[in-house]
Ligand binder design. Structure first.
Ligand SMILES: Nc1ncnc2c1ncn2[C@@H]1O[C@H](COP(=O)(O)OP(=O)(O)OP(=O)(O)O)[C@@H](O)[C@H]1O
Ligand SMILES: [Mg+2]
Length: 439
């Protein structure tokens, strides 16, 4: 298929790109812009995935083309081919372009940029990997025959403009971080396994996403046995292994490693196997957290139980830690030891939130007893509730699955401690119907 389309006024550049991309490229001479941008769009065969606009197109022409192209192909990747000039940033911002390519860039740089944008489109479901492959047989496209210059000069009548198609609103986007708004990273930790870290991390991300839609990322840093994607019924294409790879040094590639959840947050999925998870170095995890904080308002991190190297390094790179324990005496004692250790090594994050999960009147302990054992006041009590397991088995965050459940309400108060503006409005907490659910 012709995955790429080039609209330019440089025969030299067209020849170069034809040599580079062969039959995967359709070239539309910029001269057709005389008949309006729709005339160019109507000449594009099939549904291209990436458009290269330029060189030698002015701002108005590029703007008209972007509008007409995105009306017909809403998920098209847009690259402007233009030299570095002082007004380039305005072009990128105002025209919502994905990338800029210098016409003098080497072939390697050009191909690398096309590959990166291609992977980003694939990662976001706007293209298939195979779309960018070379076609098996070389078929002469109609383009070259129809659009020779003599026909243009003779004034070929352009076909009537394509019927404008209302652009589909994007399902989601990465909202830009507001200048001056601090970003927060919250680690959910526990000295022992099975205390409720994952449950709390998922619902914390869900609650924060209500006030900062698509500006929350949930990192499954339980490197060996992470289960966030299972609890959310997500099928990630990429995982934390990709997110810490060298290729993800590029911000666009890093974003393609995230999995989007319909409730307005992103997930860095756990490693596909414990062996691969084991290979992730603590420094790489720390760097990932820092990089995500540059893009997201909130980074929520689910961790491995205990105080292994990865969890320690995580605590060093967060603003908040949510400590989770149940009412069992061994867990409470372990939590006290964890506090002592973190204070000794100076790794207690600035904001500490102590959550006692699965509280139960029949445990034989009161909250006062709990506080005595752990040596600190309890901030939130989350009652034991069958709705927790039910939500997890349904693959839906508890706070959206069962709004009135007492455990859901308690977890909402953890969200409130971190984001006091997140008061629960009725409209916000209505459970959303899944697309695969009957009406
Ligand atoms: N408040 C609660 N009421 C009832 N069940 C709960 C509650 N919180 C968590 N659970 C259940 O306890 C189990 C462990 O919870 P979860 O997976 O969140 O813990 P975890 O600390 O992430 O465990 P792991 O250390 O294995 O990663 C799950 O089956 C979950 O459904
Ligand atoms: Mg867990």
């Amino acid at each position: 298929m012709t995955a790429y389309v080039l609209v330019s006024r440089s025969a030299e550049y067209e020849t170069r790109m034809r040599d580079l991309l062969g039959d995967r490229l359709a070239v539309i001479p910029g001269e057709f812009l005389t008949f309006g941008p729709e005339s160019v769009v109507s000449r594009i065969p099939e549904s291209p995935r990436i458009a290269l606009l330029g060189p030698v197109l002015n701002y108005e022409e590029t703007k008209g083309l972007v509008e007409a192209l995105t009306a017909k192909h809403p998920h098209l990747g847009l690259i402007v081919v233009r030299e570095q000039r002082s007004d380039l940033e305005d072009w990128v911002d105002e025209l919502a372009l994905h990338a800029v390519l210098n016409p003098d860039a080497t072939d390697d740089t050009t191909v690398a940029l096309l590959d990166r944008l291609g992977s980003w489109l694939v990662g976001n479901g706007h293209a298939e990997t195979g779309d960018f492959d070379a076609p098996a047989s070389i078929a002469l496209s109609d383009l070259e025959r129809t659009w020779d210059e003599s026909e243009l000069e003779a004034g070929v009548k352009p076909p009537s403009p394509a019927t404008p198609v209302e652009p589909a609103p994007p399902e989601w986007e990465f909202p830009p971080l507001e200048a001056g708004v601090p970003t927060e990273a919250i680690a959910v930790v526990a000295p022992k396994g099975g205390q409720g870290k994952t449950t709390i991390a998922i619902n914390l991300a869900t609650g924060l996403a209500e006030i900062s839609p698509n500006s929350v990322v949930l990192v499954d840093a339980d490197l060996q046995f992470g289960d966030i994607t299972a609890a959310l019924a997500l099928e990630p294409e990429r995982t934390i292994v990709d997110a810490v790879s060298d290729a993800a040094d590029d911000e666009i590639v890093l974003k393609t490693t995230l999995t989007h959840h319909a409730d307005g947050f992103f997930v860095v999925a756990s490693a596909p196997s414990p062996e691969l998870g084991d290979q992730i170095r603590p420094g790489a995890l720390a760097r990932l957290i820092d990089r995500l904080r540059a893009t997201f308002r909130y980074v929520v991190i689910d961790t491995t139980p205990g105080l292994g190297e990865h969890t320690l390094v995580t605590l060093e790179h967060v603003t908040d830690a949510v400590f989770v324990t149940n009412m069992g005496v061994p867990s409470l004692r372990a939590l006290r030891t964890e506090f002592e250790l973190l204070s000794t090594v100076g790794l207690m994050p600035g904001n500490r939130h102590i959550v006692v999960n699965q509280t139960d009147k029949n445990s034989g302990l009161t909250i006062k007893d709990v506080e005595k054992i752990i040596g600190a006041p309890v901030d939130i009590e989350v009652p034991k509730s069958s709705a927790v397991l039910l939500a997890s088995n349904r693959g839906v965050p508890l706070i959206h699955d069962d709004v009135r459940d007492p455990a859901a309400k308690a977890i909402r108060s953890i969200v409130l401690r971190i984001a006091p503006e997140a008061f629960p409005k009725r409209s916000r907490i209505q459970r959303r119907r899944r697309s695969n659910e009957p009406e």
